[in-house]
Design a protein around this ligand. Structure first.
Ligand code: IVH
Length: 694
């Protein structure tokens, strides 16, 4: 790792804060590009954090110096209510696409005719399966990010795009014809890596939330989130593939300064943009086909989804000469790869009981090779999915791996169905030795097993607790947990922390030597240092993911306080919905769960939030109920609501005798009248701020 030690040094005492601020921003930007875009870190994390903290501190002391392109300002502004629809100043065209090689030849013929048989080269890209984006830079700074929309107008999602770590908020300056390139539009695809998609979906599954079908849907869903802070939790990537100049200098017509697609990509790369990978300049159609063929199979090894190759005429002058017909440029074309399919026999449909008790039907398949892996199982989601597809045990089914990463059963070969076959009926029992009934919750597609002693649930809970993102206990992965549970050494989470008493039994198990046992016990001991938030997340309460656990820990401060909270109290916390509040209250009602938290406390796990719990601070508004009405002078209503809740107050929708304060702004209507009628104290925004200041 090449160190930038001279830059990491403490500030020169003569340096005025503004110079240091500029210097820090430059270093951090360069380090970000090296880390995120080039995957070549040039600084270690600790140094980076130190510089970042120094910048935060300097900016806090000099608030006038904060600029939107500062690395500290990726998340900014208030959650959006809706996105503004804005016209593209140059339409975002589609591509003609085909699955047919002859049509690629036709495309080449049309290009040659359009160029009156002049020689031409092609630039080949992978076709990223994501969401197209237009980024506008003015004066070197990211000014606006628009979705493609209908090609003519798109949504302004600048706030969300700013949070993508590889998107430069300010570019590294490069010269074009001796003039700095500062005003331009970049287009590219926002996408999510397969591994990140699978991990996020696993987390959602663990929380009992609906799964995303594929990385593209998850990307699109993420970009449309209204709160940019949420976007930061989902790792999005950008791959750029297009540059257009808005302005260069008064003498040069912008588009004429650009020579070729290959040059444009080089310029973008130099400015610090993350580029589409594996692109290639091809001299003729044969080389284009070689590119297409090579990536048809190699794409299976890529960490992201591609659904084809994009072939572009390399020369920008030739692109302009060819122009566009309707929605399609005549200089570019997409060749799409077929979704990989295979046929196999569905031997049986089994049930998998998750840690929250959901019973997921799984297709047990005769093993079949598909797009680089052997598939022997695939999820059938739920009873509705099976019914809609009318898939039956013994059927020959089609397995597909398209842009979805996860193989799926996409169809049934009806002609090969056995005449005696019967439609599948969802079992009424779970199938394990305890033969527990399965129940369908009204309004949900899933069937549940409610048996607390269910072995699958127990294992699911243990696995979740020990996993890397939770308590991070190395040595207790799925297989070890299965083995220890089977041997009767693990039933509850608390048993993990009693394993050291059973060292002899552990050593008696197959594949458990002294070293392995000691490492595992040491990892268990070490996990006791995990903060309260992780312990809370690890309990596996439905809908309580890491973020929710953080909110709860921050608000209530201790496990005891959380236990005592009613569903009403829980749902009045900002960020906790009614469904989650209900699930938490319900979880703490169970005697078994109460015993578990007591045992974990006695075993030395963190039961207290290490920071200052907000609910613990006695503020003048703690526990008081507010109703907000009218237009406040400086705050939006949501902001006032968040502020009140953060200080321990509650916000209700209607005025009643239980209301303590009505916070009224301009043009307050009936709620103000009601307050006066009931004698409820009416306060202004200024009064509220004065109360907070106390
Ligand atoms: S070039 C006028 N290059 O495919 C040409 N597009 O079907 C503009 N896409 O809307 C597009 N990877 O979202 C281009 N390397 C790539 C691409 C790519 C993915 C998407 C893009 C476009 C769609 C057209």
């Amino acid at each position: 790792m090449q160190h930038q030690s001279e830059l990491v040094e403490s500030p020169n005492p003569m340096m005025v804060p503004n110079d240091r601020i500029d210097e820090l921003r430059t270093i951090l930007r360069r380090t970000d590009i090296a880390y995120y875009t080039d995957a070549m870190p040039i600084m270690d994390d600790r140094d980076y954090d130190r510089l970042y903290d120094e910048l935060v501190q300097l900016e806090a002391e000099n608030p006038h110096s904060i600029t939107p392109d500062s690395p500290t300002q990726r998340v900014s502004g208030q959650p959006m209510k809706e996105f503004q629809n804005i016209a593209h100043d140059e339409p975002m065209l589609s591509l003609q696409n085909t699955y047919n090689r002859d049509e690629v030849q036709d495309f080449d013929r049309r290009v040659a005719e359009g160029l009156e048989q002049k020689a031409h080269e092609y630039w080949c890209d992978l076709k990223y399966d994501g969401v197209a984006m237009s980024l506008r830079y003015e004066n070197g700074t990211l000014a606006r990010a628009l979705t493609r929309g209908d090609g003519t107008t798109g949504d302004d999602i600048t706030q969300n795009v700013r949070t993508i770590s590889t998107v430069p908020l300010r570019v590294q300056p490069v010269l074009l014809n001796g003039v700095p390139l500062l005003d331009f539009e970049v287009r590219g695809e926002v996408y999510m890596r397969n591994a990140d998609f699978l991990r996020l979906n696993e987390e959602r599954e663990a929380l009992g939330e609906k799964l995303y079908a594929n990385p593209r849907n998850l990307t699109a869903g993420t970009l449309k989130l209204q709160d940019a802070r949420e976007v930061t939790k989902r790792p999005l990537q950008l791959a750029c593939y297009f540059l257009r100049l808005l302005r260069l200098d008064s003498a040069t017509a912008p588009q004429q300064a650009l020579l070729s697609q290959a040059d444009n990509m080089r310029l973008l790369k130099e400015m610090g943009f993350p580029m589409a990978q594996h692109s290639r300049l091809c001299a003729d159609l044969n080389e284009v086909f070689a590119f297409i063929d090579e990536w048809e199979t190699r794409r299976e090894t890529l960490p992201f989804q591609t659904d084809g190759a994009v072939v572009k005429v390399n020369s920008i002058a030739q692109q302009t000469e060819l122009g566009a017909v309707g929605r399609f440029p005549r200089w570019a074309f997409a060749y799409k790869y077929e979704a990989k399919k295979a046929r196999t026999r569905l031997n049986a449909i089994s049930l998998q009981i998750g840690r929250t008790g959901v019973a997921t039907p799984v297709a047990e398949l005769a093993p079949v090779a598909l797009a680089g892996s052997t598939i022997s199982r695939a999820t059938l989601h739920n009873a509705d999915f099976i019914r809609d597809l009318d898939v039956r045990e013994g059927d020959t089914v089609i397995i597909e791996k398209g842009g979805d990463v996860i193989p799926k059963v996409s169809g049934v070969v009806a002609e090969e169905r056995d005449a005696a076959s019967q439609p599948y009926t969802f079992p009424s029992e779970c199938g394990c030795a305890f033969r527990q009934p399965l129940k369908r919750i009204e309004g949900e597609a899933a069937y549940y097993c409610e048996f607390a002693g269910c072995p699958s649930q127990i294992r699911g809970r243990l696995t979740h607790f020990c996993s890397r993102t939770v308590m991070d206990i190395e040595g207790l992965g799925d297989k070890a947990i299965d083995q220890l549970a089977e041997a009767g050494l693990l039933t509850t989470i608390a048993d993990i922390y009693r394993l050291h008493e059973k060292r002899a039994q552990l050593l008696a198990l197959e594949r458990w030597g002294e070293k392995k046992a000691d490492n595992c016990l040491a990892a268990i001991e070490e996990s006791k240092k995990q903060p309260f938030t992780k312990v809370l997340f690890g309990l596996g309460v439905r809908f309580v993911g890491e973020e929710t656990a953080k909110i709860l820990a921050e608000h209530f401060g201790t496990m005891e306080k959380l236990h005592e909270a009613s569903a009403d109290e829980l749902s009045s916390v900002f960020g906790i919905g009614e469904r989650t509040a209900g699930a938490i209250a319900n979880w703490f009602q169970s005697e078994q769960n109460q015993r578990l938290t007591q045992e974990l406390a006695a075993l030395g796990l963190a039961m207290r939030y290490e920071g200052q719990a907000l609910a613990g601070i006695v503020t003048p508004i703690y526990g008081k109920t507010f109703v907000i009405t009218g237009t406040l002078p400086t705050m939006k209503r949501d902001e006032a609501k968040e502020l009140i809740q953060r200080y321990g107050g509650k916000v209700a929708g209607a005025v009643s005798k239980k209301t303590d304060f009505v916070l009224a702004g301009a043009e307050a209507g009936s709620k103000l009248e009601k307050a006066q009628e009931l004698g409820v104290q009416v306060i202004s925004e200024e009064d509220l701020k004065a109360m907070m200041a106390q």
